[in-house]
Write a protein that binds this ligand. Structure first.
Ligand SMILES: C[S@@+](CC[C@H](N)C(=O)[O-])C[C@H]1O[C@@H](n2cnc3c(N)ncnc32)[C@H](O)[C@@H]1O
Length: 293
């Protein structure tokens, strides 16, 4: 990765695959991994969640809802929008189906930086006006049947007032830098939304493979499985509100690893210090419906 351009808070970097991304100096983290932002968004989120197929098969009157948690420089959101626009163009989607994209972001500074470098960031080309509208008004319509909303503020402290999602792109900074987004309280508040009667099938994708994060998601209620490989990550994580939505649910072999791990403790509050899982938490974990019978 090499440095290209910089201001006080962010700098433009070149990823190993040649694509450009942005690094937050404060968090010491780059927004995307692998070859380029679009490839990561596609492999990890859009393709893994079978967005196109699920949209094609969506025959309900309500909109198909996507939550984009951690909008950042909008790599995931734009990639999803492009897939939906292509479906509209190719007429592989009923034009009456509407899509709501709800993006959550605590600070839009990174998106503003990205817009100043849209030409270098390639994936933003052509989307500048829509992104400015989103920033200025909190909403935009990238295509006639797509409504895009920006929810500003701390996602971990907000009541989730958007409709229950079918798809969640969960993309904060790492637990070490952004612990409030990865704790039991945050995953529980999301679980409550997707576990209400009438909520659609929901999947949530993320780049982590951390045992502690997976334990935390499970204790919050989510069903959790191994996700696809992307960039330098051999495995990632996918969670769902139903076990049968997962291709590779975590199993007894993984439970055995939890038991022997020195840092499988779930994340609570803002404490990112982790030790072995306690007997009480382990008992709760093995009582999760994912591991019963
Ligand atoms: C890795 S970047 C997101 C990259 C983006 N999804 C993309 O595809 O280009 C993480 C983003 O999460 C945002 N974030 C961190 N903590 C947050 C919080 N508590 N609430 C809402 N957004 C948060 C950060 O400001 C940052 O923009």
């Amino acid at each position: 990765m090499s440095l290209q351009s910089s201001d006080a808070a962010f700098e433009l970097v070149t990823l190993r695959g040649g694509g450009r991304s942005i690094r937050s100096k404060a968090h010491g983290e780059t927004m995307h991994i692998g070859t380029d932002p679009r490839t990561e968004a596609h492999e990890l989120h859009v393709a893994q969640q079978r967005l196109a197929e699920r949209l094609r098969d969506w025959h309900q009157a309500e909109p198909f809802v996507i939550w984009d948690v951690g909008l950042g420089p909008a790599g995931n959101a734009i990639t999803a929008i492009e897939v939906i626009c292509e479906m509209i163009h190719n007429k592989t989607r009923e034009s009456s189906t509407s899509v709501e994209l709800h993006s959550y972001e605590i600070s839009t500074e990174v998106l503003e930086f990205a817009l100043r470098h849209a030409g270098e960031l390639e994936y933003l080309n052509g989307w500048e006006a829509i992104l400015r509208e989103l920033l200025e008004t909190g909403k935009a319509s990238p295509a006639p049947s797509i409504e895009w909303r920006l929810h500003r503020g701390d996602f971990s402290r907000q009541p989730h007032d958007a409709p229950a999602p079918s798809v969640i792109f969960f993309d904060p900074y790492s637990p070490a830098q952004n612990s409030e987004m990865w704790n039991l309280e945050t995953f529980r508040s999301m679980w409550k939304v997707v576990n209400t009667p009438g909520a659609p099938d929901c999947t949530m994708t993320n780049y982590t493979r951390s045992t502690s994060v997976r334990v935390t998601m499970l204790l919050a209620g989510w069903f959790v499985g191994t996700g696809v490989s992307t960039g330098e990550k051999e495995v990632t994580t996918i969670a769902a509100n139903r076990l049968d939505l997962l291709m590779k649910p975590l199993d007894d072999t993984w439970l055995a690893r939890v038991r022997s791990s020195t840092n499988a403790e779930p994340m609570r509050g803002r404490n990112n210090e982790r030790g072995p899982i306690s007997p009480e938490d382990y008992a709760r974990l093995i009582a999760h419906p994912q591991f019963l019978g």
